[in-house]
Design a protein around this ligand. Structure first.
Ligand code: SF4
Length: 706
């Protein structure tokens, strides 16, 4: 009998949403080969996607629920296999105990990486009665979203160039590593005449492949550079007067503030030569419309990140190309199902969350965050635990290593009265501090969520059953909910019924998507795509022309920020520790620390266990300029100590001109060289985001070449 067949799925090896399609070749119940999926909007597969079977069939996969037999924090947790029944009974008993003793809000719910469990876990939190659900978006993406909501009254992270585009401004995003499949499209756009201005401290693959002009700034000074560009746009009359006077508020205040950012001053702060700043401004003005591809995190990973990002958005507003064809466009008819394959009815943000929000634990410390986000700002977890505001946690894909001064987060998790974590692998960094671990099914073994591209929806059928006793994360959340007594709210664990409830909002069912097969199903739009929707009232709930902001305009000066006591202007502030703000400290620690750069072969701390990817980068490195290495007598691959005022790690030197002199670049996620141990806990006061890209450090030779 022929046991060979083909199935279709999609990758989840990185956080790109939506993700690349996969064509899977199976022999019986085993996937034997993976390749690009034909006629699918995202692909080809990158090295991570091509390694998915190494992850799927890795011998270290977590396959059974485990409970610890040694005290938390012990080097060996003494994990013992238990049944799902025992695991669920324990979870339900412990959560109900905390609920009875302290209240349901004392149970925190968290989703890290992958992001796919988010809707199900959010639903679980609110159904249980806790508003204290958070995700890794506490330090990725949400701050840029907030900046956009404050400025434009809507969400935009940028737009891809079209045939009408004149210039594409890429601000600190290395798509060559984070979205390799997008690079081919951008290169095509470049060949068709689109100009690319790339802002990045490093010479990245994106810079090498696309940049007509590359501005290399000191990390953490994005706001000063954007203000310097605004200064020149105003001075040389290179902004859209008509758009700015009709559709923005705060123009006089912003232009007055921009006077402080002369080319000389901007060069002093950012390190970008004044001629290059002027060239960039003139290039944007000469090649309109301008669109923008922003980073979801790099610009906001500083202690003034949200305002820095707002300065970039103000610059974009002044081009006048907002929602113009070829400019920074907004979809006219977005689907009522979001990129996580869910909606606010499913997550219960509409009915339950409003009644719970008073009990959210971040509302006093980060009120602007709490206004815009239903999920809580999780970065103060150690404080929440210390103050008794969180007593137990349910976590999916959590890793304490993601936070600055990570050990404080390990300790906080270890102090909880109860914690459970679902994951693909045992990750000692975090799991050494939890009570139970649960085995999560991998991407090719699970159904939810669907993949959405514009108005097209693809069902993901599990290609194979989960290995061992692993279960899909949505099912785990549903079964925990059912054990807690909410069986009806969780369809008694049936995720097909759950998916039908979401798809109902677009008039579809799982069966409809099945009939669509590998080609997917297109949901017809209710009308044609429209541009400059602010003129026709399509951006406001009341149907009036303008933007959904308090002033009805693009808020160069934010009324909401002023309402909360913050500066309404996108005011630039030097990093807390920097060569300019703390010159004495900088004499001791003369280098700027740029941490968190993405690598092509890994996703954060994930995938290092896969042989084909590990061999591409077998150890942690610090990227250092030849001048800085020479000053310390450091040779290639010497062991070095990378030290900040807050800690020290040891890794190997990679000497490269791809980093600026005076700037150190380090990727995160190495268990034995976790750069977050040397990053201080300075948080942006508006967004709560950490300052991964602005601190001070020094590098010294540790023990000679190895
Ligand atoms: S970019 Fe790579 S890792 Fe990300 S979805 Fe595509 S193939 Fe997977």
């Amino acid at each position: 009998m022929d046991t060979q067949r083909v199935a279709y799925g999609y990758c989840d090896m990185c956080n790109q949403v939506p993700k690349c399609g996969m064509k899977l070749h199976l022999d019986g119940d085993r996937i034997v080969r993976v390749e690009d999926r034909e006629n699918y909007p995202a692909g080809p597969l990158c090295v991570k996607g091509l390694a998915i079977l190494e992850e799927q069939y890795h011998t270290d996969r977590l396959l059974y629920p485990l409970k610890r037999t040694s005290p938390k924090g012990s080097p060996d947790a003494g994990w013992t296999r238990i049944s799902w029944d025992e695991a669920y009974a324990t979870i339900a008993a412990k959560l109900n105990e905390v609920k009875a003793k302290y209240g349901p809000e004392k149970v925190g719910f968290f989703v890290g990486d992958p992001k796919e469990p988010r809707p199900a876990v959010q639903r679980l939190a609110y159904t249980f009665g806790s508003p204290n659900y958070g995700t890794e978006s506490s330090l990725c993406s949400r701050a840029t979203v907030m900046a956009s909501q404050l400025t434009f009254g809507l969400v935009t992270g940028g737009g891809r160039p079209t045939k009408e585009t004149g210039t594409c401004l890429i601000w600190t995003r290395n798509l060559a590593h984070t979205g390799p499949f997008e690079m081919a499209r951008l290169e095509r756009a470049r060949k068709q005449g689109v100009k690319f201005v790339v802002i990045d401290p490093r010479i990245t693959g994106t810079v090498q492949q696309l940049a007509d002009l590359h501005l290399r700034l000191r990390p953490g000074t994005d706001g000063a550079l954007a203000m310097g560009m605004i200064h020149l746009m105003v001075k040389e009359g290179l902004f859209d007067h008509d758009f700015a006077s009709r559709w923005t508020s705060g123009l006089p205040e912003l232009t007055k503030y921009a006077e402080e950012f002369s080319p000389e001053e901007v060069e002093r702060i950012t390190g970008v030569p004044r001629e290059q700043v002027a060239e960039a401004v003139r290039l944007l003005a000469a090649h309109r419309p301008v669109t923008w591809i922003g980073s979801p995190s790099a610009t906001v990973h500083s202690s003034n990140g949200l305002q820095n990002h707002r300065a970039i958005l103000c610059l974009l507003a002044l081009t006048g190309d907002f929602d113009a064809p070829g400019g920074l466009t907004i979809p006219t008819h977005p689907l009522p199902v979001n990129m996580f394959g869910s909606n606010t009815e499913f997550t219960r943000e509409r009915d339950l969350f409003p009644k719970l929000r008073e009990k959210r634990i971040d509302k006093n410390r980060f009120p602007v965050w709490a206004r815009f986000n239903s999920e809580i700002q999780m970065n103060l977890l150690p404080e929440y635990v210390q103050e008794g505001q969180i007593k137990a946690m349910v976590m999916f894909g959590a890793n304490a290593m993601m936070w600055p001064q990570s050990r404080l987060y390990q300790e906080a998790i270890g102090k909880l009265e109860f914690s459970v974590a679902a994951d693909y692998f045992l990750r000692p960094w975090t799991h050494n501090f939890v009570d139970l671990v649960l085995p999560a099914a991998m991407a090719l073994e699970r159904m939810n969520p669907v993949a959405i591209f514009g108005r097209k929806i693809y069902l993901r059928e599990p290609a194979v059953p989960p290995l061992g006793e692993a279960k899909p994360d949505w099912v785990i959340a549903f079964e925990i909910g059912s054990r807690l007594g909410y069986g009806k709210e969780f369809w008694n664990g049936d995720e097909t019924q759950a998916l039908n409830s979401i798809l109902g909002s677009v008039g579809l069912t799982v069966d409809d998507l099945r009939k669509g097969g590998a080609e997917g199903v297109t949901v017809p739009a209710s009308g044609p795509e429209q541009f400059r929707k602010y003129e026709s009232g399509l951006l406001r709930a009341d149907g009036k022309p303008g933007f959904e902001t308090p002033s009805g305009k693009v808020e160069l000066m934010s009324q909401i920020l002023e309402e909360y006591g913050f500066d309404g202007l996108p005011r630039y502030k030097e990093p807390v520790e920097s060569p300019l703000s703390t010159p004495e400290l900088a004499r001791e620690f003369p280098l700027v620390l740029n941490s968190g750069s993405r690598l092509l072969m890994f996703t954060h701390s994930k995938l290092r266990e896969l042989p084909s990817l590990h061999k591409l980068m077998p150890f942690a490195v610090v990227n250092i300029h030849p001048k800085d290495a020479g000053a310390q007598g450091i040779s290639q691959h010497d062991d070095v100590d990378l030290e900040s005022p807050h800690g020290c790690i040891r890794l190997k030197a990679n000497i490269t001109e791809q980093v600026l002199p005076g700037v150190i670049d380090v990727s995160h996620g190495w268990p034995d060289a976790n750069v977050n141990e040397i990053v201080p806990r300075y948080f942006d006061p508006i967004s709560g985001f950490p300052a991964f890209k602005e601190g001070l450090c020094r590098v010294r030779k540790a023990g000679g070449a190895s």
